[in-house]
Each structure stands twice: as structure tokens, then as C-alpha cells.
Design a protein around this ligand. Structure first.
Ligand code: GDD
Ligand code: MG
Length: 361
């Protein structure tokens, strides 16, 4: 295969909007169908011939290493560059400049997507582009980087998260997937934090360096908030994302049960759902649709779990109702509790028996 075979993944942010989940586990490795998030990006890169991947890390790098190691299991070779202090999205890529060459893919480490990276590379080469940004349309672009282009795709303007009173000129946003000529990385100062969105891209445009936006319809979502994280999990269970990453265990009619999970007679599993290693479901419990139970989760009799993500070892008491929520590892839910849509419980949290938790408003 010709063209770039290297990628840098930005995986050093603090994941503030995904708190409290990210206090215990950094965003790049939060579980999706019981696999660390970056497993999906790495498998996707590999499928497009990219196997040399540099993870640009800072916050909780040890957890990232523990989850992904050297990448061998995923068919890639991982290297880590680590910041003492956050260097920003540009600084994080700049920090990998010494180990990159040629044209490199750069990815935000929190986007779930199945875009055709090979087609993107073809576009990049055919247009003599030195930086290509994958664009995606969204309904409300304010929370993203707005990208205006000429008819041929050439970048006209990059505006990161415009203020309330600024007009919205496009719904095409920066999807956080780039192809960059590695020699351009030296344009960013190495001694201070740099924003790739606020500094690097606008400067390329100002200096007339060939830079393009490109779009092809595909699945795309930033998982950076609890609602988006749960939505991504639901999309994955619904088969809306093309991926070959799959949880362990056989899928039968949309139910994926790990071989070591124990389901008592009378427990009901409704597809789609995923049940992890060593999980136990008591008689009269109900799991699914759209539920993911991490390894070692225990669901007592009369409990029901749907549209929810439960990390490892969550203990679900009898007669509880969990709907539309995300529960961190080792959470304990007391008997008869009800947890409703949008609620997030931090790892290690304890919800007393009989509690009612719902989002205000
Ligand atoms: N190494 C490193 N150092 N990585 C960082 C740092 C840092 O200081 N700060 C953030 N990152 C990583 C995050 O971990 C994440 O994977 C990625 O950079 C993007 O940061 P976010 O904080 O998730 O940015 P955002 O979602 O608000 O906006 C970005 O993504 C949008 C698409 O989802 C921007 O690139 C927008 O322009 C874009 O539209
Ligand atoms: Mg993000």
C-alpha cells in the first residue's frame, strides 16, 4: 500500500464533559460494548493500512497503557508520547513530530466513525493537499469547529466554537480526522500549548498553504458527553457503525453473552444487548434492549436494565429499574432503586435502597 501508514491520536484531554466517569478512567479507554474506546479507532486505522500509531497522552496515561498496551492484540504498533503539562490539541501533535514523517493521519481520540480513510487519502493526494480535514454535517454546529470551503474543497475559513452572537455560516464541521504533511508540524511552537483549531489551521489558510476540507457520508459521533457516549453505544448495538471490533462471546439473535456469564432460568435477555465475562443474571431479572453489562456485573431478581451502560462489577439490587443511565465500575445499587434517563453514577458510587434518581427539569 502506498501513502501514509502512520497516525497520531490525540488522547491527552481530561474529558471534563464526561465527568464524573473520567475521574476514574480517561475518555480514550471508556468502554463501548466492553472494549476500550480506542480499540474501534485502531481497528479502523488498521483496516486502512495504518499500523504505526502514536498516542499523544497526558491525563491518566497509565490507564491508557494498561488498556491498550503495545497494540499487538489489535494488529497495530503503538507508541506513546507523554506530556507533563497539557500542550493542547496542536501541541499534542507537535510533540509527536520527532517520530512522524511523510503524510500522517491525525485523529481526535474521542470520535467514533467509519469514514473511508482510503478515499480521504486518495483525495488528499489527487489535490496536492498538504492538510485535509474530514468534514461532517451537524444540526447544531456551535459546539464544534466550523469549516468553510470553496467549491473545490479548498479551506476558506476555520472558526472554532463561535460565540453566541457570531453568525453561523455553515453546518459543516471539523470531524477531528486530518491528513497532515508532517513537515508542517514544525510550524507550531514546541515550548507552549497550541490549539490546532485556533492557531494551526487558520495560519495555514492565511499563508496560502494548500489545505482542503473533504466529506463523504459516514457514521460519525464525538463521544465526549454522557448523552453522546450513551448514544454512540446505542448506535453500535443497533448496527449503525461499521466495525469489526466485537465483544467476546457468540452473538445469537442480537444477544451477545460471554461464555462465562451465568444466566439463571427465568432471566430475560432482550436484543440487542451485551453481557460480559462472569456476569450473573438472577431469575426474574430483565436485561435489554440496548443494555451493556461489563465483566462481573450482577443483576438481582426483579431488576430491569435497558438503554444503559454498566461498567465492570456493578451490583444491581433486587427490583431496581435502570433506564437510560451510565454506571461506573463497582457501583452498588440498593434494592428497589429507580435510575432514569441521563443519570451518571461515578465509579465506586453507592445508591441507597429505594432511591429515585432522575435529571432535573
Ligand atoms: N495530547 C493532548 N493534549 N490531547 C488533548 C489535549 C492536550 O492538551 N487536549 C485535548 N486533547 C484531545 C482530547 O483527548 C480529544 O481526544 C481531542 O484532543 C479533542 O479534544 P476535545 O476536548 O474532545 O475537543 P472538542 O470535542 O471540544 O472539539 C474538537 O473536536 C470537534 C469534533 O468532535 C475540535 O477539534 C473541534 O474543531 C471539532 O469540531
Ligand atoms: Mg471531543
Amino acid at each position: 500500500m502506498t501513502g501514509p501508514t502512520q497516525a497520531v491520536i490525540l488522547a491527552g484531554g481530561q474529558g471534563t464533559r464526561l465527568r464524573p466517569l473520567t475521574y476514574a478512567r480517561p475518555k480514550p479507554v471508556v468502554p463501548l460494548s466492553n472494549q476500550p474506546f480506542l480499540a474501534y479507532q485502531l481497528a479502523h486505522l488498521r483496516d486502512h493500512g495504518v499500523t504505526d500509531v502514536i498516542l499523544s497522552c497526558g491525563y491518566r496515561v497509565d490507564d491508557v497503557r494498561a488498556a491498550l498496551g503495545d497494540g499487538e492484540r489489535l494488529g497495530v504498533c503503538l507508541r506513546y508520547v507523554v506530556e507533563d503539562e497539557p500542550l493542547g490539541t496542536g501541541g499534542g501533535v507537535r510533540n509527536a513530530a520527532d517520530v512522524t514523517s511523510g503524510t500522517v493521519f491525525v485523529l481526535n481520540g474521542d470520535v467514533l466513525t467509519d469514514i473511508d480513510l482510503t478515499a480521504m487519502r486518495r483525495f488528499h493526494e489527487a489535490h496536492g493537499s498538504r492538510t485535509t480535514i474530514y468534514l461532517t454535517p451537524v444540526d447544531d454546529p456551535r459546539a464544534y469547529g466550523l469549516v468553510e470551503t470553496e467549491n473545490d474543497g479548498r479551506l476558506l475559513r476555520f472558526r472554532e466554537k463561535p460565540g453566541r452572537d457570531e453568525p453561523i455560516t455553515t453546518n459543516m464541521i471539523n470531524a477531528g480526522v486530518y491528513l497532515i504533511d508532517a513537515t508542517l508540524l514544525a510550524r507550531m511552537p514546541a515550548d507552549r500549548p497550541v490549539s490546532i483549531e485556533r492557531e494551526f489551521f487558520p495560519a495555514l489558510i492565511a499563508d496560502g498553504i494548500p489545505a482542503f476540507g473533504w466529506h463523504l457520508p459516514a457514521y460519525w459521533r464525538d463521544i465526549g458527553s454522557p448523552a453522546a457516549y450513551l448514544a454512540a453505544q446505542i448506535d453500535l448495538l443497533a448496527g449503525r457503525v461499521h466495525t469489526r471490533v466485537a465483544p467476546e462471546g457468540d452473538a445469537r439473535d442480537g444477544v451477545r453473552l460471554h461464555p462465562t456469564a451465568e444466566c439463571e432460568r427465568g432471566a430475560v435477555l432482550e436484543a440487542p444487548c451485551v453481557v460480559g465475562a462472569g456476569a450473573r443474571l438472577a431469575a426474574g431479572s430483565r436485561v435489554g434492549p440496548f443494555a451493556v453489562l461489563g465483566d462481573g456485573v450482577s443483576v438481582s431478581r426483579g431488576a430491569s436494565v435497558e438503554h444503559a451502560i454498566l461498567w465492570e462489577r456493578v451490583d444491581v439490587g433486587a427490583d431496581t429499574v435502570l433506564r437510560g443511565c451510565v454506571l461506573g465500575a463497582d457501583v452498588k445499587i440498593g434494592t428497589g432503586a429507580h435510575i432514569e434517563a441521563g443519570v451518571v453514577v461515578e465509579s465506586g458510587g453507592v445508591v441507597p435502597a429505594g432511591s429515585r434518581l432522575a435529571l432535573a427539569g
